[in-house]
Write a protein that binds this ligand. Structure first.
Ligand code: SF4
Ligand SMILES: [Zn+2]
Length: 365
């Protein structure tokens, strides 16, 4: 039996979370966020609902060390179901699309956690999706414990959705339980993830596994190794999709505190590119997605500043499994610095110096 939390880390996370959420207690600004993106054969509409907030983040355990999504949740000031219903009606019923629609409804928590998304809201969302007549696929997110607890509800929704495909994204993050416990404070385990995946696939739900790059307390090299192993394990477990998510620093989190004290740096874009390249080899038949938040910025995955845009393009190419240049060191001199870093296992204790490393020209200095 694995420990659920390590008080050494969870107590600190809870302290930071509590302090920050007290400062940003006015949630009246919470609003529904949406975006539309057009692909060749379909249109994706993404809607983020500010639900009550991830119950793991709001618990006495403080939630995950890297996640600040709860900052934007509505908490006690829950948005009325009718308001969300009106907005969804506008986005998925009144708006007419010329291609089939893939709908992503995210609540930055768990869709099947009743304290986060009340049953009334969940049913209203499903009713609207069914009556839309344009939707071919619905993607939502959920923590493993709520998947295992709400099996009946999931089955019922699946039945009601009929031929609308259902995909559930689960935060695997790392397949190493020690990292989930001591770096993430994830409050779940690889075993629970696997049980949820097996159950969902047995009833015909697709599983998207979120794989994270660079939690706190790992060096760049350790983080890359951990994400490669996680991609491998996700593939072995039979995931349908792998979503690769490099860290971005969000306020009110443990990782922000470490970043502020120069004890943590987000991953390099070179690390992200390498991971996708290797993931393509490990999992040639699995769809890989990667759309890094705050990429190229100080708080997101970045390189030296000069090559960030070019490397982001290469990441897009890698996701599309297009051919990549043979020699990355010809793209930018910071690649050599990254290689030095990859041979520096103790990086997390010297980030102040190493953050400057991104900008040094190894040929001149
Ligand atoms: S990563 Fe997911 S489970 Fe963890 S605190 Fe954020 S929303 Fe909750
Ligand atoms: Zn560079």
């Amino acid at each position: 039996m694995h420990k659920q939390v390590n008080p050494l880390i969870s107590d600190r996370i809870q302290e930071i979370r509590h302090k920050y959420l007290t400062q940003v207690s006015d949630t009246s600004h919470s609003k529904i966020w949406s975006s539309v993106s057009e692909k060749e054969d379909y249109i994706t509409v993404t809607i983020v609902i500010p639900s009550k907030g991830c119950s793991w983040a709001l618990s006495d355990n403080g939630g995950c060390s890297v996640c600040g999504y709860v900052n934007d949740s509505s908490r006690e000031n829950q948005i009325p179901v009718t308001k969300i219903e009106d907005e969804l009606r506008r986005l998925i019923i009144e708006a007419k699309y010329n291609k089939p629609l893939e709908l992503q409804i995210f609540n930055s928590g768990s869709f099947f956690d009743k304290s986060d998304v009340p049953e009334e809201l969940r049913n209203t969302i499903i009713d609207l999706i069914i009556s839309s007549g344009q939707i071919i696929k619905l993607s939502i997110e959920c923590r493993p414990e709520f998947i295992l607890k709400e099996k009946t509800a999931i089955k019922e929704i699946l039945k009601r959705l009929s031929n609308i495909k259902l995909e559930i994204g689960i935060g695997l993050e790392s397949s190493n339980n020690a990292i989930l416990l001591d770096c993430w404070n994830k409050g779940t385990t690889l075993e629970k993830f696997e049980s949820s995946l097996i159950y969902l696939q047995s009833i015909g739900v697709e599983v998207k596994s979120y794989v994270f790059i660079k939690p706190p307390f790992l060096s760049e090299q350790e983080a890359l190794r951990d994400s490669i192993k996680t991609v491998f394990d996700a593939k072995q477990m039979g995931t349908d999709v792998i979503s690769i998510n490099p860290c971005n620093i969000q306020n009110g989190t443990l990782i922000y505190e470490l970043f502020r004290k120069d004890e943590y740096q987000p991953p390099w874009l070179w690390t992200v590119l390498h991971l996708i390249k290797i993931a393509n080899e490990i999992a040639p038949n699995i769809k890989i997605i990667c759309d890094p938040t705050a990429a190229g910025k100080e708080r997101g995955a970045h390189n030296c500043g000069k090559c960030d845009k070019i490397v982001l393009k290469l990441i897009e190419k890698a996701v599309q499994r297009e051919k990549l240049p043979e020699n990355f060191s010809e793209i930018c001199s910071c690649y050599l610095n990254w290689e030095i870093l990859m041979n520096t296992p103790w990086e997390s204790f010297r980030t102040r110096k190493l953050s400057k490393l991104r900008k040094l020209n190894p040929l001149k200095e």
